[in-house]
Ligand binder design. Structure first.
Ligand code: RM4
Ligand code: MN
Ligand code: MN
Length: 436
């Protein structure tokens, strides 16, 4: 990709970003130097940390670019995207200002177009690539032959299962044209009533169908299974927990891994331990980052429990230091933005995710292991706590600035008046309820 072509098609003016950064640079440098001195007292080189953080990226979901909603309502904002082209443009803004989200994860059929090579080029001209493709067998589409009301991959109806398998294979084919190498499969299959379906046989049907999808995976592709405890099925989900997920992944084969969506667990579940367990068995395939307080699985990453996010990243650093074969998790944001501008939410979320990562890098690993070996509970805990307490924002600001992003992303975004401009140019979004 030619640099000047990229610059001319990017949605935010590079002069605006440079001007914005120039006004804030002196204070960032001052804070960065002060933090650098503090960290060097414990033998940590801040530039090494900064360079590591600069390499970390997280994908954004195409569906996150629009305002989501609840089962009850959706409140669109002017200038919201209504198709994949507009979504890509918004994702380009997020990446331009954050310099941390260079890939977009598409969802089909929502993002269907006629020409996928053209879409791939369009994304590239915006500085973006494509991440995992997501299939959708949790909704019926107009004109669809068989309804998913009885489930999809696990439906009691053979023709419905075949249709769901075929859709997943079509997603793989589209993904190949877009340059993806992962298929993420989340099904809404499950029941609302005890007795509605046989709990064992529905899993058998799921496994048979999933095996057909698995068999269609091209050489380097992976299939990522996403579990979810409830919603839309409120009594039982077919792949409800990490146990079902790892059993399914193990029976499907090496190219099948588990994807952990942070919002899909029972309240208070120890997600970081699940991460450690999945890694132990070489089955940690990826993440959907978000947060939750009660039943919602799509609040902004780190908005409710940033400490949990840090503990998850602490396990990921452990995993990175002790990799199992094929360890290469796909990192992605998966959120629904009901009350904020999605661009702002995803920039803030990328910042929360990178913050958790940076803090996890700062953990004194040797000290932690030594305290664990000596059964010194307090010192082990303090090894985590002292990293968690560190204000790493100067590192993140410096990383963004050096990569061409904005020191204060939200301020730069608001100054650009991007959304106002789009509200003139784009057609209004319809009402209706959101997605789960
Ligand atoms: C689900 C799940 C999936 C996402 C859909 C839109 O709850 O998190 O990853 O594809 O929502
Ligand atoms: Mn998800
Ligand atoms: Mn979800």
């Amino acid at each position: 990709m030619e640099t000047n072509m990229t610059i001319s098609t990017l949605p935010i003016s590079t002069e605006l970003i440079a001007e914005h950064n120039a006004a804030l640079m002196a204070s960032v440098d001052e804070d960065y130097d002060a933090l650098g001195r503090k960290l060097s007292r414990t033998g940590v080189d801040i530039d090494v940390v900064k360079n590591k953080v600069a390499e970390f990226t997280v994908a954004v979901p195409s569906w996150g670019a629009g305002r989501g909603g609840t089962r009850f309502a959706k409140f669109p904002i002017p200038g919201e995207p209504t198709n994949i082209h507009e979504k890509l443009e918004d994702c380009a803004v997020i990446n331009q200002l954050s310099q941390a989200t260079p890939r977009v994860s598409p969802h089909f059929p929502w993002d269907k177009v006629d020409d996928y090579s053209a879409l791939r080029e369009e994304a590239a001209s915006l500085g973006l690539g494509f991440d995992a493709v997501n299939s959708n067998t949790f909704q019926d589409q107009l004109g669809q032959a068989h309804s998913y009301s009885t489930g999809s991959l696990s439906s009691t109806d053979a023709a419905t299962r075949a249709q769901a398998v075929e859709h997943n294979i079509e997603c793989i084919e589209i993904g190949q044209k877009l340059g993806s190498t992962d298929l993420t499969v989340w099904v809404g299959d499950g029941t609302n009533f005890p007795g509605q379906q046989d709990l064992g046989r529905s899993l058998d049907r799921y496994l048979d169908s999933a095996a057909e999808v698995y068999a269609a995976l091209p050489g380097t592709w992976r299939m990522l299974l996403e579990h979810k405890m409830f919603e839309p099925a409120f009594y039982s989900s077919v792949i409800s927990d990490w146990g079902s997920s790892i059993l399914a992944a193990q029976s499907l084969g090496d190219k099948c891994k588990c994807l952990v969506d942070l919002g899909h667990h029972a309240p208070n579940v120890n997600i970081e331990q699940i991460v450690a367990r999945l890694h132990r068995f070489g089955k940690l395939g990826g993440f959907h980052f978000n947060d939750s307080k009660y039943g919602d699985d799509d609040l902004d990453s780190g908005s409710i429990n940033p400490h949990q996010l840090f503990l998850v990243f602490n396990e990921l650093i452990e995993a990175e230091l002790h990799p199992r074969e094929g360890f290469n998790p796909a990192y992605m944001i998966d959120q629904s933005h009901n009350v904020t501008d999605p661009i702002e939410s995803m920039m803030a979320s990328a910042d929360a995710i990178l913050t958790a990562y940076t803090k996890a890098i700062l953990v004194d690993r040797q000290g932690l292991t030594a305290a664990q070996e000596a059964n010194d509970t307090m010192l082990a805990f303090q090894a985590l706590r002292s990293a968690y307490k560190t204000d790493t924002s100067p590192i993140l600001a410096k990383v963004r600035q050096e990569k061409g992003g904005a020191i204060d992303m939200i301020q730069a975004y608001r100054t650009s008046k991007y959304r106002e401009r789009k509200s003139q140019a784009r057609k209004p979004v319809g009402l209706g309820s959101g997605i789960v």
